[in-house]
Design a protein around this ligand. Structure first.
Ligand code: TRP
Length: 801
């Protein structure tokens, strides 16, 4: 822009560069107008006139152009235009920013405008832009399409770059709104400044390079993209997947071979293409010879051939003849295979022509205006044309053209993929479509197999995520203060699983199920009990060995029942004890194997009763020993009170107490098999629940009480004379017994699950062995190895002292 300090006439705006693409659109408009003027069906007997202004894709220049038309003709205009009708409609502008300015200027005059490229969602406000029409879909559809595309390829961490204009602002706003609540997050948002500035561009590229977001969505046009890309290529950043907006996805300036390494694989939504039969030929008619006065043609030549057909002092291009051929390779201008924007221009011109045609067809008395009047054909007012534009409906190459109440057109896009052509340059390949008129979810159709990605691995979809997805077996844990797309993966706790990637939460396994090693599925919990395994078999063996030993001792005693050792020590009680001990050993077998109702009931009761019996016998024996030696005089009464009958009665009654306790226990709250999942949550431990702990401890307590009593009595008798003092051994055996059972209590209480049974079983075996050895080993020793000592004299200690 020249400076405008209003102290002198401002010089005209100087446009930088030349856009062959826009020049093509201009030619398309001319072609359309010429076609219509030649047509005998459309607007016969009328000639359309036009005036074309260059806005340089800049709002202020657009504003100048609009004011210029509104101010009327200047003396510089050719006399051909004088006497013509006033301006009825404006085709344009291209960029939304310019359209906004122009539309606001035209509004007071109610002059309709039809834009062929202004897609900004901001135009939907009919109160602000009542005279605005367009033949391009509203960007709301495009951002929806882009959001779906990002989701489709799982690009959850993307960068946004836009130009400094309304188009970019509203598109980014719309995309952010569309992405809100979806799984896609925006890593950064950057803006290319209106006045291009390399410093700022390098900062943006720094951000791009550092970010994990490999997908970058750009809402911009080739005007600002060109210098930006030039700097980008110098920076040698690779691996970026561009998502191009409709404004530059079909811009032929970027098809050059040198762009391929950086832009290959770019994807974006292109507006609907059409077919204009004459376009190619028409574009070729442009030549410096034909339009020697037209500066734009000169500039076109400069842009395409790098030479100037109209040499002047101002430019520095070499001179050329101007007879160069316009070929297909000059695609920036000549790309006519699938016109998109040009087709829009064409459509817009035809829309005006059709509306005007309809206006002229109006029959007075039947018109749409006040009192059913029509517009006067020699004095058509712009707002009358606007009415017909709103109503217009016509067919163009099979496509219906019309405007909705907001002046918008049908939302349809092609998905364009930038692939390497045979010559090494970029080709725009159609790989799908987005049809906004389809119901939600069916709008996007992508032919992924035809897609080419960026050149490093052209067949693999690029990845653009902040954090790699969490595999099954783990869940996402959002990082504090960071977007939801950036997360850590934490493995599920045991007992919980996640069977999908990117699970937000791990779910509990149902009861009796547990997670597998990988936490990906639930498996039935392992059922454990004290089985015939590493623990069960030794216990069984020991108990059988113990029982056999006891039986062995029994046999030895029985065989030697007439010898002194057996007889002096109350043989009946000894046999009783041996019997009870055998049962004790066998008792521990009940603890092995899967707990059942019966085995549970049997476990504690059988053991407690046999132990009670055993200790009662020992108690009886102690009493006898004590009595025998405390009886100072022979024939003392005490022995009378402790005859075999009484002994049996003592044993019987002592055991009976235990039997009663057990019976009460079984009747009231018997032990039952139960599944313990508390101890180890990953296993089900089959065990016997005691039913009533009180009863359990009573039973143990009673045995303990008996043992203590026995110990005390035996302790009193330990010093009594005699070479074979039984009391000594009983004391000793009770010591061992108590030690085992005292150790048992804490071990039992802290033993994990199925080991409690093993602990109890072990205690039973240990104490039984203790009793067996202490009470019977010395006697067996004498009986079997020292038979010479097996005499009454010796035992009484009366043998030569
Ligand atoms: N759809 C864009 C818009 O509405 C197209 C466009 C044309 C453009 N010219 C531009 C975008 C210049 C940015 C700058 O604006």
């Amino acid at each position: 822009m020249p400076d405008q300090n209003y102290t002198y006439t401002p010089p005209p705006v100087k446009c930088n560069g030349f856009d062959p693409r826009a020049f093509r659109w201009v030619q398309t408009m001319r072609l359309a107008v010429e076609e219509i003027n030649e047509s005998t069906e459309l607007l016969p007997n009328h000639t359309l006139g036009y005036k074309i202004f260059d806005s340089c894709a800049y709002p202020l220049t657009g504003q100048r152009a609009a004011l210029a038309v509104l101010n009327g003709l200047s003396e510089a205009d050719s006399p051909m235009c004088s006497g013509a009708s006033p301006m009825l409609a404006v085709i344009g502008e291209s960029g939304s920013a310019q359209s906004i300015v122009v539309s606001r200027l035209l509004r007071p005059f109610r002059i309709p405008m039809i834009s062929y490229f202004s897609s900004c969602a901001c135009f939907t406000d009919r109160r602000k832009y009542p005279t605005f029409f367009r033949v391009i879909p509203n960007d709301d559809y495009q951002v929806k399409a882009i959001a779906q595309l990002l989701l489709h390829f799982n690009w959850t961490w993307v960068g946004l770059i836009r130009g400094d204009h309304e188009y970019g602002r509203f598109a980014v706003q719309g995309l952010l709104r569309e992405l809100q609540g979806s799984s896609v997050c925006v890593a950064y948002q950057e803006m290319i400044p209106l006045l291009y500035n390399t410093q700022r561009a390098l900062e943006i590229m720094q951000v791009m390079r550092r970010s994990l977001a490999k997908v970058v969505v750009v809402f911009s046009a080739e005007g600002e993209m060109t210098p930006f890309l030039r700097d980008y290529m110098k920076q040698n950043i690779t691996g970026i997947q561009w998502v191009a907006s409709e404004a530059w996805v079909t811009a032929s300036v970027f098809t050059g071979r040198e762009f391929y390494p950086y832009l290959g694989g770019t994807i974006g939504f292109g507006i609907r293409k059409g077919h204009i039969a004459q376009l190619g030929d028409y574009l070729q008619t442009v030549s410096p010879q034909r339009y020697p006065d037209n500066v734009l043609v000169g500039e076109l030549w400069e842009a395409l051939y790098g030479c100037s057909p109209f040499p002047s002092s101002a430019n520095h291009f070499p001179v050329c003849s101007g007879q160069e051929d316009l070929l297909k390779q000059h695609s920036a201008y000549m790309n006519t295979s699938s016109p998109r924007v040009a087709y829009n221009v064409y459509k817009a011109v035809y829309a005006v022509a059709h509306s005007l045609h309809n206006l002229l067809l109006c029959q007075s008395g039947n018109g749409p205006f006040e009192n059913d009047s029509c517009a006067q054909s020699n004095n058509i007012l712009p707002w009358q044309l606007q009415y017909y534009l709103q109503e217009v409906k016509f067919n163009m190459a099979g496509e219906e053209v019309n405007f909705d109440l907001k002046g918008d057109s049908v939302p349809y896009y092609d998905i364009i993929n930038w692939q390497r052509g045979t010559t090494g340059s970029i080709e725009f390949v159609n790989v799908g479509l987005f049809d906004g008129t389809k119901p939600g979810g069916e709008e996007l159709v992508i032919q992924e197999e035809r897609m080419m990605w960026n050149r490093i691995v052209p067949v693999k979809v690029p990845v653009s995520v902040c954090s790699p997805s969490c595999p099954p077996g783990s869940r996402k844990a959002v990082r504090r203060g960071e977007p939801v797309c950036c997360f850590d993966c934490v493995p599920c706790d045991s007992g919980k699983i996640s069977n999908q990637t990117n699970s937000v939460e791990c779910i509990f396994c149902p009861e009796d199920w547990w997670s597998n090693q990988d936490r990906t599925s639930c498996i039935p919990k392992k059922v454990e009990f004290l089985a015939y395994d590493a623990l069960g078999i030794p216990l069984t063996v020991i108990s059988v060995v113990g029982a056999s030993l006891t039986v062995g001792v029994f046999v030895v005693f029985f065989h030697h029942r007439s010898t002194a050792v057996v007889r002096v020590n109350n043989s009946e009680l000894s046999f009783f004890i041996l019997f009870a001990l055998t049962l004790c050993f066998l008792c521990s077998l009940v603890f092995i194997g899967e707990p059942t109702v019966w085995s549970c009931m049997l476990r504690h009761t059988a053991f407690s009763i046999t132990f009670s019996l055993c200790i009662s016998c020992i108690l009886g024996k102690t009493l006898v020993v004590l009595a025998a030696f405390t009886a100072t005089r022979p024939g003392d009464n005490i022995m009378k009170w402790l005859g075999p009958k009484q002994q049996r009665a003592i044993i019987f009654s002592c055991t009976l107490v235990q039997v009663v306790i057990c019976a009460a226990w079984l009747i009231d709250a018997p032990p039952y098999p139960s599944r313990n999942t508390k101890y180890e949550r990953s296993k089900i431990i089959l065990e016997c629940s005691v039913g009533s702990s009180l009863a359990f401890w009573c039973v143990l307590g009673y045995i303990g009480l008996q043992a203590c009593l026995c110990f005390v009595l035996a302790f009193l008798a330990r010093k009594l004379p005699g070479n074979f003092n039984e009391a000594k051994y009983i004391t000793f055996s009770m010591l061992i017994f108590s030690a085992v059972w005292l150790a048992f209590v804490p071990a039992y209480l802290s033993a994990p699950g199925n080991y409690a049974g093993a602990v109890e079983s072990f205690a039973i075996l240990a104490s039984s062995f203790g009793l067996l050895f202490c009470l019977f080993a010395p006697k067996c020793y004498i009986i079997l190895l020292k038979p010479e000592k097996n005499t009454k004299q010796h035992l009484m200690g009366k043998e030569k002292r």
